[in-house]
Design a binder for this molecule. Structure first.
Ligand code: PRX
Length: 631
């Protein structure tokens, strides 16, 4: 393939080629990278173990492709433009040369603190350029980074540190977010009380708030790099060496560490970025995600920088100082491609069009959406008022596990359709299976979304527990990767994602396991049992509804409800706090003791009219009581 696909005919041609001869297709994309040694075999795989290897025996360092490769061609071009939370604070531009120097310097600083190839390093840093520098510095020396969203609580952070036995945490003193100043280092201090593997904590000064520094463990970022060389020879990595671990929620209690490897992730994030966003040299691209999620990894840092793009990183929130902030930043930096989440669009839609009016938004060419289904109303608002009817919307479907976008329009090249992710990228072979595993061929079908052929950036394992990876993704439908999503293929062959079919809910684009929230609720000493379900929420897409059986002991419902919500905030973080919490006398169960979530979901969605036959339940009488107390 040349640089990228330019026409619908080109898309069809490349798609066919990618299915008929995947090796030639992927090799032609991979050839454009700098490899220290080329591969012996392009791909070897089976989905039974599963074992997937791309670019076998190739050697590379992803940062040579992110940075060194661009030094001669675009060394003075902006790589990252960082826009602070406060619009009155100066933004920062890092050119490719400057970013290269900072990454090399920090890589040397980490090495001096004993970090070697293969060691795990936790990055718990909010949206400042050092978060990207830290990721790339790890990749430079072959350390495996695991970014933990800086909104997670100390106990959630400690769990992740312990799961991967990290040696180092990189953090900041605090975080500016809207009108708030949030402690960050203090959370790390609490977490590392219970993490024996941590030897060093490096702290960036951002807010200037007071922090405690522990002798022998803690060091300031500025001291760590003081006098350190800005040159560093990149470590030679095998294509299948681990690049990073990113923890994500599933239908069981404990978050799992999704593992991505160097070669395949590099090829796919570059390829998907270029094609989906139709990025042209010189364009300014902005993805509003947080680096703590996969979107931030693949489409703020790796994909754009591999493509030599200018990528904006934003510290703030959409509504500070007012609901026009996104549009102010778009005009200020003349943004060409803008990529955000439906939840942000819906939140801004609630303010009407007035906050948009002062801005021109005439630099915008492409709009993107990610993380959850976008409803038609939000799609049209985004298209009409932000894109002024001029900009194609790429509704990009993918997951932490897929590493990159799998189903999406290519901006301006393939058709769009409101609320549809539309068509698979060349190289991606989706299939729809019914619950028995039969493939539903043809159009106008609905079922479980699976992928039948590997792609370079798919997950390789779940850290420390390969069996869990097999069970979760490869056991439901033999020989297929199962996404956990329901999907419809319409009469034109376009895909529409219908949402999760497992016990995972999607709150403001954040993935949450219902079991994980239940486990946190159950930590409260007065809780006997709980059941968590999702319900439709106007802004968040889905809200968290918790049904809880409590030992009341004369306590008021309200104070208990608040305490239980606080417990969840403490154990996971504010993003997991239930929106609604109902104290119930019992939970509807089958005779074998299984909670009937279907009934709870219906009541939570405000539709208790037709619950089906409940007479076979162990305790049909609780259903009436739950209905009466529903919020
Ligand atoms: O249910 C799908 C939904 O988000 C899930 C993946 O979540 P996560 O791993 O956190 O990654 C989010 C960012 C890629 C999917 O299983 N999802 C993601 N994108 C879309 C989507 N649902 C509908 N439409 C999308 N464009």
């Amino acid at each position: 393939m040349s640089d990228r696909i330019h026409s619908l005919g080109g898309y069809i041609h490349e798609y066919q080629k990618s299915v008929q001869d995947p090796e030639t297709f992927w090799a032609s994309i991979a050839d454009s990278f700098h490899w220290q040694k080329k591969w012996d075999k392009l791909v070897e795989w089976n989905f039974d173990e599963p074992k997937v290897e791309w670019f076998k025996n190739a050697k590379l360092n992803i940062t040579e492709n992110v940075l060194d490769r661009h030094l001669y061609t675009r060394g003075d071009q902006a790589a990252i433009i960082w826009e602070p939370n406060d619009p009155n604070e100066e933004h920062i531009t890092l050119t490719y040369k400057e970013l290269h120097a900072k990454v090399c310097q920090f890589a040397n600083a980490m090495k001096a603190k004993g970090i070697k190839k293969g060691d795990r390093v936790i990055i718990y840093i909010p949206m400042v350029p050092e978060a990207a520098i830290a990721m790339l510095a790890c990749a430079r020396i072959g350390a495996v980074h695991s970014v933990v969203f800086a909104g997670f609580s100390a106990s959630a952070l400690a769990d992740r540190i312990n799961d991967c036995e990290a040696k180092m945490v990189l953090t900041s003193d605090g975080n500016f977010r809207g009108a708030k100043q949030i402690p960050v280092k203090a959370v790390v201090d609490e977490a590392v009380e219970n993490t024996p593997s941590i030897e060093t904590v490096i702290t960036l000064k951002r807010t200037g708030q007071e922090v405690t520094m522990k002798e022998g463990r803690d060091i300031w970022w500025h001291d760590a790099i003081d006098g350190v060389s800005t040159e560093n020879k990149a470590e030679a990595m095998d294509a299948e060496d681990m690049l990073f671990i990113l923890y994500t929620s599933g239908s069981t209690g404990k978050p799992k560490g999704v593992v991505h490897t160097c070669g395949g992730y590099m090829v796919y994030t570059y390829y998907s970025f270029k094609n989906v966003f139709q990025y042209n040299q010189g364009d300014v691209y902005w993805c509003t995600a947080d680096v703590g999620w996969i979107t931030g990894h693949s489409y703020i840092v790796y994909g754009p920088l591999l493509a030599g793009a200018t990528s904006i990183m934003f510290e703030g929130v959409p509504t500070f100082p007012d609901a026009g902030r996104f549009w102010q930043v778009c005009d200020k930096h003349q943004v060409n491609q803008f990529y955000t989440a439906p939840t942000a669009i819906r939140a801004l839609q609630a303010f009407g069009t007035e906050p948009i009016e002062p801005y021109k938004l005439d630099s915008l060419k492409v709009l993107g959406s990610v993380g959850e289904p976008i409803n038609e109303e939000a799609w049209h608002w985004y298209h009409d008022h932000v894109g002024k009817g001029r900009c194609p919307i790429v509704d990009t479907w993918w997951q932490t596990e897929t590493g990159g976008i799998l189903i999406s329009p290519l901006a301006g090249v393939t058709p769009t359709k409101p609320a549809y992710a539309t068509l698979p990228l060349p190289g991606i072979q989706p299939v729809i299976l019914d619950n028995e595993g039969n493939e539903l061929k043809g159009n106008s079908v609905e079922g479980n979304l699976c992928i039948k052929f590997p792609w370079p950036s798919m997950l390789r394992t779940t850290y420390g527990d390969h069996e869990r990876c097999r069970q979760t993704y490869f056991s439901s439908f033999a020989g297929h990767y199962f996404t956990g999503d329901g999907v419809k293929r319409d009469e034109d062959g376009y895909y529409r994602i219908l949402g999760r079919v497992d016990d995972v809910i999607n709150v403001s684009g954040h993935r949450m396991g219902t079991a994980e929230v239940e486990n946190a609720i159950n930590e409260h000493p007065m809780v006997v049992e709980s059941a968590v379900v999702g319900y439709p929420h106007d802004i968040k897409g889905q809200g968290i509804y918790a049904y809880v059986i409590c030992d009341m002991e004369g306590r008021s419902e309200e104070s208990l409800q608040n305490e239980i919500k606080q417990t969840v905030t403490k154990i996971i973080g504010p993003i997991a706090k239930p929106d609604k919490l109902q104290i119930v006398p019992g939970l509807p169960k089958t005779r074998s003791g299984k909670i009937m979530r279907r009934i709870l979901r219906k009541i939570a969605s405000g539709d208790a009219s037709n619950l089906g036959d409940i007479s076979t339940l162990l305790n049909p009488e609780v259903v009436e009581a739950i209905k009466e107390g529903a919020q």
